[in-house]
Design a binder for this molecule. Structure first.
Ligand code: ATP
Length: 246
């Protein structure tokens, strides 16, 4: 039989503060080894879906009112964030959220949920193989890094706990086009070399569709369209409204 999806969301509804319905009847699926993009404009509800999946809605008075979230076939919609991380789902939050006064090395260590020093060193070596530039900047304070370098540290920190699924919230945000290319190349390399499953939340549809296998488009809290990246790139509405092409 086919393995269960790495992540499956069935008809979730998320409400903030008992009143604001941010996500309505959203379903999506990420199969093992896929890069799946969640696209849509500002305020469409993408980050809310990610927060629901990561179990961090509480902090913002958000609640999953309906629906289910399955990681490898196991329901997690009632689990707190640490339990979800232990099941292999790790998020790189929007805006990187590094410890600005800690070094690159120290930031990486904060991401490690590993026991032995040997495993920690192994995970860090892997991060440095993916982002060689970080190896040279190990002792640099994070606050002095460029936006792109900070994004690399944020991804590296998430990789330190050796996730099975990595969720990236707007990795391109605020970065120059060349830096975005570099980050996206790294995401692709990561998938190719490790088979890691990736959920990519992006406003930058053309970048995301260039590396994703499949994508969902959200508007006003709902999924309004989904398909393979190829199908979406050929779709006239997607071309006009999300890719700026005619
Ligand atoms: P962005 O790219 O700006 O993060 P998004 O597509 O991720 O946009 P969300 O951040 O999920 O969208 O927001 C979806 C809706 O929920 C918006 O209307 C937003 O104002 C609302 N919302 C988000 N967070 C909260 C919160 N903590 N409390 C109340 N409403 C919220």
């Amino acid at each position: 039989a086919a393995p269960p999806p790495a992540l499956a969301i069935h008809n979730i509804q998320v409400v903030y503060g008992g009143a604001i319905e941010a996500v309505r009847d959203v379903s999506l699926e990420v199969r093992p080894g896929q890069i799946v993009a969640l696209l849509g404009s500002n305020g469409a509800g993408k980050s809310t879906v990610l927060k629901a999946v990561s179990g961090v809605l509480d902090a913002e008075d958000g609640v999953i009112e309906k629906g289910s979230i399955l990681l490898n076939g196991r329901a997690v919609e009632k689990d707190p964030a640490p339990a979800i991380v232990r099941q292999g789902m790790v998020q790189v939050p929007e805006g990187r959220r590094l410890f600005q006064t800690l070094t690159v090395d120290e930031n990486l260590i904060t991401g490690a949920h590993l026991q032995s020093a040997a495993k920690l060193a192994q995970a860090r070596d892997f991060v440095f193989s993916l982002f060689p530039r970080l190896a040279e900047m190990r002792q640099t304070t994070a606050g002095y890094l460029s936006g792109g370098e900070q994004q690399m540290v944020a991804i590296g920190r998430a990789l330190m706990s050796q996730p099975k699924i990595l969720a990236l919230d707007e990795p391109s945000l605020g970065l120059a086009p060349l830096v975005v290319s570099e980050i996206f190349r790294c995401i692709q390399t990561l998938r190719e070399t490790t088979g890691l499953t990736i959920l990519l939340v992006e406003q930058n549809a053309s970048r995301a569709l260039a590396i994703a296998d499949y994508a969902y488009i959200m508007e006003n809290g709902r999924v309004v369209m989904d398909g393979t990246s190829e199908q979406l790139r050929r779709n006239a509405d997607v071309r006009e409204f999300y890719l700026g092409l005619s």
